[in-house]
Design a protein around this ligand. Structure first.
Ligand code: ZN
Length: 90
């Protein structure tokens, strides 16, 4: 019984490793459907271990004193108490 549990754990190791990735469902499907062929398991393992391509992050310079509305995200004028877009208190 312990051997069976260990085998299942070993079989789904690529899916377990890649569970937090963006392609987690793809890794799981390749692991599930093609894992029994050793090549499919290796491909799933490589996919799970490969680094993720993160999207570019752009930094926007914010003028001093400017605040952003936590409801709609639009910028307000310095010293403003209400959002100009949605009217919520800033
Ligand atoms: Zn707003």
């Amino acid at each position: 019984m312990l051997t069976l549990a260990f085998s299942v754990l070993l079989y789904f190791l690529p899916a377990i490793i890649g569970r937090h990735k963006r392609d987690a469902s793809g890794i799981f499907l390749v692991n599930l459907l093609f894992g029994w062929t050793v090549i499919g398991w290796i491909i799933a393992m490589i996919w799970a271990c490969a680094s993720e391509d993160y999207g570019q992050v752009r930094f926007v310079e914010v003028p001093a004193g400017r605040r952003y509305c936590c409801q709609c995200g639009s910028a307000t004028y310095p010293g403003a108490h209400f959002c100009t877009a949605c009217g919520r208190t800033v």
